[in-house]
Design a protein around this ligand. Structure first.
Ligand SMILES: [Zn+2]
Length: 440
């Protein structure tokens, strides 16, 4: 619009100056001068308008991005509002429980939510609430969601139940005061709940039921971590001490000398319904019970597997395009991770199925209808490995995790790597600190 106005003024000035020049030759020279000035002013004004247009366009683009980012939050806020409205309109806990019952496989977050509601309505000693938290604790071990584990642990402890609380779950003050006790809590937490991987996001809050969670550990639930910036791997230790102080941390740069190992690892993975989650740090497939590996005959159940880009492990200083970590747990609580390195090459049909169903944005677990998956589709034929004692590669970096990194790689297409929604979600390699790397 502004540009048009300037053009009209310029045109009028030209016509005016032209008419003037027709009748007055001397004046014509002056008019030419004025014309040049006018033209320069017009160009300047046009440029100013163009700059403004560009600024407006940039702002509009920024607004669009912001709107996109806001969309999931709005969804959560609506859910919360819906629950609040339902309660205000006389919906009872029984109604909610009935609604929950129609959903199969309640997530750990919903179990915590349900437990919290039961506690609010029936008091802290309500056995159903306690059972709900217990269930959440079991489920969240499978799902590796630290905040849910914390909420369930703290709620159980508040209800007077004996439960080990991970040090990372305790409010800061309590941890400092307790000193040794805090360490003990972390150790027992590590034995019992070693599968706890913090995802840094309080999912329990998302469905608006995370009351217990809000009350018991407000500080910890704000803890966020990432793979870059001011909450990147170098800063994890601030909130999760083991990440900085641990002496057996993962991943490693795998290089000789190696110690000969006679350990035999065999896999027995089964097909099951596909359950996937984008937890903001990786794409994770939660596995239904029944798939396992045997390490020298000892059964370790496959809980979940997830991806890192590039591979967290390096072989002789070099990372691969990606790695799959299959996370297992024995009846005694020992964690074992089987790592399969993905090398750029042909398309991987297993990954094709997974990628076709993965949630691109962070959110709750999805269960695409009628899609089954066998984790064995991602394994190479040969089972030679490197092995070492390590840790979770994400906060809280709990140690006591045995790693088996297979020497044989499987293919992944360049396009498949590019389609993975996390550009970089790999912790840098850690100090060996005298650990042995074995190989069979
Ligand atoms: Zn991993």
């Amino acid at each position: 619009m502004k540009r048009t106005i300037i053009e009209v003024i310029l045109a009028l000035a030209l016509v005016g100056a032209g008419a003037f020049g027709w009748t007055n030759f001397k004046g014509n020279q002056k008019a030419t001068g004025q014309l040049t000035e006018l033209k320069a002013a017009s160009e300047e004004a046009t440029k100013a308008v163009a700059d403004k247009d560009a600024a407006i366009k940039a702002a509009e683009e920024e607004m669009a991005t912001l709107r996109e980012e806001m969309a999931p939050l709005e969804g959560q806020a609506q859910q919360l509002a819906a629950v609040k409205a339902a309660m205000a309109n006389g919906a009872t806990l029984a109604d909610l429980e009935a609604a929950y019952k129609t959903q199969k496989n309640l997530s750990a977050e919903r179990q915590v939510g349900l437990g919290a509601l039961r506690m609010l309505t029936k008091g802290a000693e309500d056995p159903a609430a306690i059972e709900s938290f217990r269930k959440a604790l079991q489920l969240s071990e499978l799902g590796d969601r630290k905040n849910t584990i914390c909420a369930a642990q703290l709620a159980l402890s508040a209800a007077g139940e004996k439960v080990a609380i991970m040090a990372d779950c305790l409010p800061k003050g309590a941890k400092d005061e307790k000193g040794d006790k805090g360490d003990k809590a972390e150790k027992s937490g590590h034995d019992d709940k070693a599968a706890a991987k913090d995802d840094g996001h309080g999912k329990a809050k998302d469905d608006g039921h995370g009351k217990a969670d809000d009350k018991k550990a407000p500080e910890k639930h704000a803890v966020h971590w990432s793979y870059d910036g001011d909450m990147g791997p170098e800063r994890w230790g601030k909130e999760f001490p083991t990440c900085a102080k641990g002496k057996s941390q993962s991943p490693l740069d795998i290089k000789g000398p190696f110690v000969k190992s006679r350990t035999v690892v065999t896999t027995d993975y089964k097909e099951g319904p596909l359950k996937m989650i984008n937890n903001g740090h990786t794409i994770q497939v939660n596995v239904t019970p029944g798939s396992k590996i045997r390490i020298d005959g000892v059964v370790h159940e496959l809980l979940q597997f997830h991806f890192h880009r590039p591979s967290e492990e390096k072989i002789d200083g070099k990372p691969m395009a990606m790695v799959v970590h299959f996370v297992h747990k024995s009846a005694a609580g020992k964690l074992a991770v089987l790592g399969v390195l993905l090398k750029e090459g042909n398309e991987n049909p297993g990954i094709k199925t997974l990628w076709a169903n993965m949630p691109m944005e962070e959110g709750p677990e999805v269960t695409p209808e009628g899609v089954n998956f066998n984790p064995a589709n991602l394994l190479p034929r040969e089972f030679d490995f490197y092995s070492y004692e390590g840790s979770l590669t994400t906060p809280p970096c709990t140690e006591g995790v045995r790693f088996y990194i297979l020497k044989s790689t499987v293919n992944v297409a360049k396009e498949q790597v590019a389609a993975f929604p996390f550009k970089r979600n790999a912790r840098p390699v850690q100090e060996l600190n005298g650990r042995e790397i074995t190989t069979n």
